[in-house]
Design a binder for this molecule. Structure first.
Ligand code: BG6
Length: 496
């Protein structure tokens, strides 16, 4: 069913996010009949565009960023006629006056019932200002619901995250704030919950008695791609691990929720993140490895410059472009099961995977001089680019003697479902329109994740990384990341 009637107001509508993701997602939703008939979009940004110019710009950009094979002109015309634009500076009260006039007019024309969805496609430092000005201009007087979508980063450490949360909560109720973590929009990430809780097969084994350890890898082949200015202040721990990877970890390890409602799921995620062991900075140092890439050759043969020579990056930068962590979840289910996380830029291959390594079955029956050491079961969630789930088991090799070999069972999204390619934002925009906050983060979740990351950030920021750069672009990261597992008698699994 289509989402609730509403007007979507995009702050920062002339920016990258709008053309790359928001408009293509709205278009995909329109193609699938998931936008309400009573709907309009109002873009606002500094650029002095007219509505006409905004429409033709979005139409042109859609040709580049469209995710579907076939173009549906009816869906696009439908959406295009609902796109509007008003120029304005986010600090200027008059701009909000004009915005309100336009929104009121469209609300009456389109019959959207005063439901307003504000999308903050801007820097987080503007969220407070915009909220305050919206208030001042009397937007609260509209009769319907009001919600706001915010994009990361949600702070750059625990303290700034708390400050940002306070700022948001000064103007909005928690249930009005939708914090986007685009990993939660990925089908394969959402499927982790379906896999765990809609099947009887694995969940009884999902604990310290049967699982040896878990590995999460988000490997990127690209470097910082012109985002050096932002990235040099962030680093991979803030950019990928504190948010996307800890959210995935929560899905893999949380307890079954009381129901599938947004808050029941988020309660369990928060509980899980609160149980992740908080290291002292000293202990953090022996459980975390950081890396930065030097020049190298990528898998496709292209030369990749060293991180420190990227645009807008400090030539003596201490920022980590790779990190590997060894975490523990101090709860009943996961006591002493190591959770290894790694992520980095300019690596050999792009691939996001979660590998759940089971303990070895008793070997009593299958040993002897002719037997190879028996491997143990592993379950792998392929998140991207390959999408699916795979597990191995031991089978008898044909022949007169008992020999074992590991074989695979594999589910592939592409083979089982015929779904159109999407941006991943569709499901989130739709969720927001219907008031379903399942795929969004929450104040306590954001802060719990920062509490995991903070001691590591503190340990690193106090100590310059003298060995940077310590891995070549196009490699698998620093050698020390391997040592982190080898000293536990384990190794990283290659991503497919
Ligand atoms: C973003 C990070 O949040 O996620 C980027 O800021 C990163 O640095 C991106 O490249 C990865 O997203 P995806 O969907 O390509 O895995």
């Amino acid at each position: 069913a289509p989402g609730d009637p509403c007007i979507l107001v995009i702050f920062g509508a002339s920016g990258d996010l709008t053309k790359r993701l928001l408009v293509p997602s709205l278009y995909n939703l329109a193609c699938d009949g998931l936008l309400p008939e009573q709907f309009a979009v109002v873009g606002i940004a500094k650029d002095g565009l007219t509505t006409e110019a905004f429409r033709s710009r979005m139409a042109a950009d859609l040709r580049t960023f469209n995710t579907r094979k076939e173009f549906d002109p009816r869906a696009w015309d439908w959406l295009e006629s609902r796109l509007h634009y008003t120029p304005g500076d986010f600090g200027d009260e008059e701009a909000y006056g004009r915005l309100k006039e336009l929104v009121s007019r469209l609300d009456a024309e389109r019959g959207t019932g005063g439901n307003l969805l504000f999308y903050m496609a801007t820097l987080p430092s503007l969220f407070g200002l915009i909220s305050e000005k919206l208030n001042g201009a009397g937007f609260k007087g509209f009769p319907g619901w009001q919600r706001m979508i915010v994009e990361k980063p949600f702070g750059s450490d625990l303290e700034s995250a708390r400050a940002l949360n306070r700022e948001l909560l000064a103007h909005w109720r928690e249930d009005q704030i939708f914090r986007i973590d685009h990993y939660l929009g990925k089908e394969t990430v959402q499927n982790i919950l379906a896999f765990r809780f809609a099947n009887e097969l694995f969940e009884p084994l999902w604990n310290r008695r049967h699982i040896d350890h878990i590995q999460l890898t988000v490997s990127e082949a690209v470097g910082v791609e012109g985002r050096g200015g932002y990235y040099d202040r962030a680093g991979v721990l803030r950019d990928m691990i504190q948010n996307h990877m800890l959210q995935m970890l929560a899905y893999v390890c949380m307890e079954p929720p009381a129901s599938f409602s947004a808050d029941d799921i988020r309660d369990e995620k928060a509980k899980l993140l609160r149980a992740v062991r908080r290291y002292s900075p000293e202990v953090a140092l022996s459980n975390a490895v950081r890396g930065q890439y030097g020049a190298g050759t990528r898998a496709d043969g292209a030369a990749c410059p060293a991180y420190r020579s990227e645009k807008e990056v400090d030539p003596g930068s201490n920022t980590e472009t790779f990190a590997a962590l060894r975490l523990f979840i101090d709860n009943w289910r996961w006591e002493n099961v190591p959770i290894y996380l790694r992520s980095g830029k300019a690596l050999w291959k792009r691939g996001t995977e979660v590998a759940v390594q089971f303990k070895r079955a008793p070997e009593v029956l299958f040993r002897g001089p002719t037997m190879r050491r028996m491997p143990s079961n592993r379950l792998i969630f392929h998140i991207q680019p390959d999408q699916g789930i795979e597990s191995n088991f031991q089978a008898k090799v044909p022949g007169p003697v008992m020999q074992l070999q590991s074989v695979n069972m594999r589910f592939s999204y592409g083979e089982s479902f015929r779904a159109e390619r999407a941006t991943g934002y569709e499901v989130m925009i739709y969720g927001c329109m219907t008031g379903d906050a399942t795929l969004f983060s929450r104040t306590d979740l954001v802060e719990a994740a920062w509490q995991v990351a903070q001691p590591i950030l503190d340990a690193w920021s106090g100590r310059p990384a003298r060995d940077f750069p310590n891995y070549d672009a196009g490699s698998w990261g620093p050698v020390a990341a391997n040592d982190l597992l080898e000293r536990d008698g384990r190794r990283w699994y290659e991503v497919i």
